[in-house]
Ligand binder design. Structure first.
Ligand code: 5RP
Length: 234
């Protein structure tokens, strides 16, 4: 299904596509409820759009300090994840999504909290531009949040399955997540069985969260394309 777009234009910039899918996601937000909110540049567009209906929702559960700050700056109340037992919907972006709704996430280092909020939610609505749609997961370096003392052992463990893992840096130092842990970015993987991969890597000692979202996959993807917002359902 392709939604109508403002004024026909053959191409949109990536930023415009993010705005379009961010706005389209409002259709999934239920009145008087708390909405799960992801992290990233696409979600920032959604948060900005959400401000237009802030008086009609209770608030949000956020997946990062960055999204919390943006929500609060727009006057949207932010609830702790422990204050809710279930959310109707979680809106978040992805670094890659395949034709089954399986995703790679964590490019913004928020994967652990994203997986927690996704697990609280009945429906995951992924918002992405079409560059994110892939046949097989793995071209994007796979983010893995880890306990720092396990880094070198985990780098060797990824090498044993053909992956090249590197500690993510910021200003020359290991980047620390909102949970004060480190991120490995792993290249060279072709993740043909995301459920089996997520199960296996999640059990490696020192792994906090692997950025494959197979158990918390998307049910819907609002995909920004040159011809409009396409709705994919899985
Ligand atoms: C953050 C994420 C983001 O959803 C992902 O990186 C996509 O971000 P963007 O919308 O900026 O492309 O997983 O941890």
């Amino acid at each position: 299904m392709t939604n109508a777009l403002p004024k026909a234009s053959a191409t949109f910039s990536q930023d415009q596509l993010k705005t379009l899918v961010g706005q389209a996601a409002l259709a999934y937000v239920l009145p008087d409820e708390i909405v799960g909110v992801g992290t990233g540049s696409t979600v920032n567009k959604f948060i900005d759009a959400l401000a237009s209906m802030k008086s009609r929702i209770k608030g949000a559960v956020s997946s990062s300090e960055a999204s919390t700050l943006r929500l609060q700056a727009l006057g949207i109340p932010v609830f702790d994840a422990n204050e809710v037992s279930e959310l109707s919907v979680y809106i978040d972006g992805a670094d890659e999504i395949d034709g089954r709704g399986f995703m790679i996430k964590g490019g913004g280092a928020a994967l652990t909290r994203e997986k927690i909020v996704a697990a609280l939610s009945k429906k995951f609505v992924c918002i992405a531009d079409e560059s994110k749609l892939v046949p097989t997961l793995g071209a994007f370096p796979l983010p893995v949040e880890i306990i720092p003392m396990a880094a070198q052992r985990l780098i060797r463990q990824f090498a044993a399955i053909g992956g090249r893992a590197q500690v993510r840096l910021k200003n020359g130092q290991a980047l620390l997540t909102d949970n004060a842990q480190m991120i490995l970015d792993v290249t060279g993987l072709q993740i043909t069985d995301p459920l089996a991969f997520e199960s296996k890597v999640s059990q490696w000692p020192g792994v906090v969260t692997v950025g494959v979202f197979a158990f918390q996959k998307a049910q819907v993807c609002l995909l920004g394309t040159a011809t409009g917002v396409k709705t994919l359902t899985f």
